[in-house]
Write a protein that binds this ligand. Sequence first.
Ligand SMILES: Cc1cc2nc3c(=O)[nH]c(=O)nc-3n(C[C@H](O)[C@H](O)[C@H](O)COP(=O)(O)O)c2cc1C
Length: 371
Amino acid sequence: MTEETPVKTELCERFGIEVPIFGFSHAVEVVAAVSNAGGYGVYGATRRLAGEITDEVAQIRAAVGDRPFGLDLVIPNKVPERNDRAELEAMVPDQHRSFVAGIGARYAVPAPSQPGMRTRFIRSEEIQDAQIAAVAASDVNMVALGIGCPPEVVAAMKAKGKTTVALVGQEKHAARALEAGVDMLVAQGYDAGGHTGEVGTFSLVPRIVDLAGDVPVLAAGGVATGRHIAAALTLGAQGVWIGTAFLMTEEYAPHLSPGELEALLHAQTTDTVISRAESGKPFRQTRSAWSDEWAAPGAPKPLSHPLHDVLVGDILGAIIEHDIRPLQHYGAGQGIGWFDRLRPVAEVVATLVREGDAALDRAGRQRETAA
Ligand SMILES: Cc1cc2nc3c(=O)[nH]c(=O)nc-3n(C[C@H](O)[C@H](O)[C@H](O)COP(=O)(O)O)c2cc1C
């Protein structure tokens, strides 16, 4: 990648990166590969315990040397005080329990050998405080806050010299994050994989750019090709934040079960749904029997978060462990339709940059011709 690459923005110099592509991933290998490809890798660590965060940050640092990388935590404002599963279990209604047991019976899901990702601990103040302390003590360069943006966390991370970032899906979230003092916003639109809001990326990004003033904004949600990067820059963003494209990589594939990989490889743009059946909050994922069962007439409404985690965490773990295909699904955005094979992360980044440069060049030539 050359110095003159048209997709390069001011933000690159400020953050010590070559291209303004931020790659979110739950895999340390992907995070390291994005940073090593000249972008900014961000590790999704919200389901990791404090000790795991310390070890995994060290692994990424060893792989990237002095290149910057970030870490993402989700800190919702209403969670239980303690990491006490029994306390929440007592609050799960019987109707919900029997509905989930019914799905397990209909699809012959065996018991899991261990708690699922959503039940290995309870999202609680106790866990969050330990995670925040581990991140503050680590040498990660940037801390992103996915849901919730507590001012005291922003201040604590800034005091440690870390860049702070908030993901926002509405103008009111952006206003709160700016008030908390974040250094950058990610405007994440409806198209995005994982937890997402109702405003489309095209409608959201320019509104957040206008609101943010001097604070840089990244566009997220549906960024799958270089043309999307060119569009994001034209909307006023200084870069892009991508999750879905990095799922379909050689580095991420070992973290997927065969059924999850199959669901992602075959999914087209129309094959994702937003369902609260995953975590209790709206979560875009590949459509499957799991989302269909919860959307069927007579199905109970998903519980609130994190109570829903306790209800479904173990069966979701069992579905993955035993590869129960009709129920297998994965968090993914509408951009998944662009990806039908695995490539190395470096190739994904290089392709995005090449296509983005070409799209911006084309737009420039069109301007010249018109003049
Ligand atoms: C499987 C998956 C899990 C995600 N988990 C988180 C998360 O834990 N925290 C977070 O801030 N964003 C999470 N996201 C959202 C990403 O940070 C990013 O905003 C989103 O993927 C961008 O849209 P795209 O999927 O269209 O690229 C997740 C996305 C996916 C696909």
